[in-house]
Design a protein around this ligand. Structure first.
Ligand code: NAD
Length: 400
């Protein structure tokens, strides 16, 4: 009897404008080939991240000269951004997709549920990496943590590069320079990395989060924790994410934060609630009260921003204060971002595969939580509900 044909894992070149990451790096190829998978990489896929075709070949991958060949040969596609997270350019790949394709990558299922519906109509199976549950055993597959780590680090470097002051305290023959005062709002993965980076640069750091549980983590990094408002109550959902709190609470938060923002040289804002607009915590009036030359880096810019003045990918200068709204900061560190992202994806694929073949086991929590479409339907209850709530035609998803 002929042995079954090995499963081909394809790595297409990313097409989202400005995206420099690749979903798998050469170092991850042996992890997959060891369990019997074949890896096929589109020529040039790793180039922007510093990984040449030759490096993939040297580690046992094959290189496809064009995209149609890659999609034609592969059954599993590892991507940084599938359609939902690449809504315009991702459309170019729709004619290449088949019902037996499995897509694994970022899909923005909460922000763009309609993309999941489109892919379901093609019969494609989609796993959304954003939906990885926050379980200890899922940590090695959590791409959001990997990307947020880079965002927090890079946000502080941007602030340091824009600030007309030094970060560390310096005692020199030319006098003593006090440390920069940095406030980090939102102490999740990105915020904690921002605190750590600002501390390494010698700044005096304080941090604020709506979840009281993070106070110890803030302090263990050498930062001062800003007291949480008593009236916020239970601010945490299961899984460690924050809840939406309502405008009245956000107003009180802005009051609490005003004197601290005003006294800061740098504010890095990372506050977010999954699937919701980011809370607006810094008004234009608060910005105007900061000293000239101060800098705000709002990394919640792609979710509406934490600052009223934020504009995506722009530097807004208001009364001498610079407000930066960078999006896709991981793309500015593509080599390590791809290394971390690719490792998460390779771990996930190994987790899903048994004997060299992908098995969808709906009894498994990690599979159930990340699987968005299968067998022609949106099977994730939360995404199905979102589609129904936003008046999309989801008759066929009713069983989800
Ligand atoms: P996130 O990006 O959704 O939010 C960033 C931070 O903003 C969060 O800490 C949140 O509490 C905060 N925030 C939301 N609204 C706010 C407001 N109004 N004011 C101030 N802060 C506000 O979150 P994240 O960084 O992805 O992670 C959240 C939590 O999940 C963290 O506690 C993290 O340790 C935990 N986590 C667990 C795992 C795991 O167990 N596998 C993996 C990653 C993260």
């Amino acid at each position: 009897m002929m042995p079954p044909k090995p499963t081909v894992v394809g790595v297409p070149k990313e097409t989202y404008p400005g995206e420099t990451l690749v979903a798998l790096t050469p170092a991850h190829v042996p992890m997959l080939t060891k369990i019997g998978l074949h890896v096929l990489v589109e020529s040039g896929a790793g180039e922007a991240a510093g990984f040449e075709d030759e490096a993939f070949r040297a580690m046992g991958a094959q290189v496809a000269s064009d995209r149609a060949e890659l999609f034609g040969s592969a059954e599993i596609l590892l991507q940084v951004r599938t359609l939902g997270a690449n809504f315009d350019r991702g459309r170019d790949d729709l004619p290449l997709l088949r019902a037996d394709h499995v897509l694994i990558g970022l899909t923005d299922p909460l922000g763009r549920p309609e993309a999941a519906r489109e892919l379901a109509h093609l019969g494609v199976t989609v796993f959304a990496m954003e939906l990885m549950p926050r379980l200890a055993r899922a940590q090695s597959m959590d791409v959001l943590s990997s990307l947020a780590t880079i965002v927090g680090y890079k946000a502080v470097l941007l602030a340091a590069a824009s600030l007309p002051k030094l970060f560390p305290m310096l005692t020199t023959a030319a006098g003593t320079i006090p440390p920069a005062r940095v406030l980090v709002i939102g102490a999740g993965v990105a915020g904690l990395q921002a605190i750590a980076t600002a501390r390494r640069l010698g700044a005096a750091v304080s941090a604020y989060d709506v979840r009281p549980a993070v106070k110890d983590q803030i302090q263990s990094l050498g930062a001062k924790a800003v007291e949480v408002l008593a009236e916020v109550g239970e601010a945490e959902e299961t899984g460690g994410y924050a809840k939406t709190l309502g405008e009245a609470i956000y107003r009180r938060q802005r009051e609490l934060l005003t004197p601290i923002v005003t006294a800061s040289d740098v504010v890095v804002t990372t506050a977010a609630v999954p699937g919701q607009r980011a809370p607006m915590l810094i008004t234009a009036d608060m910005v105007a009260r900061m000293a000239r030359g101060s800098v705000i880096v709002d990394v919640a810019a792609d979710r509406g921003g934490n600052c009223e003045l934020t504009r995506q990918n722009e530097a807004v200068v208001h009364q001498g204060v610079t407000v930066l709204g960078p999006t896709n900061l991981p793309s500015t560190v593509p080599m390590h971002a791809s290394q971390m992202y690719g490792r998460n994806l390779a771990n996930f694929l190994l987790y899903l595969c048994k004997d060299g073949f992908l098995r969808v086991d709906m009894a498994d929590e990690i599979t159930r939580e990340t699987l968005v479409t299968r067998g022609g339907a949106v099977v994730h209850p939360r995404i199905g509900a979102l589609l129904r709530a936003t008046h999309h035609d989801v008759a066929e998803e009713g069983n989800a």
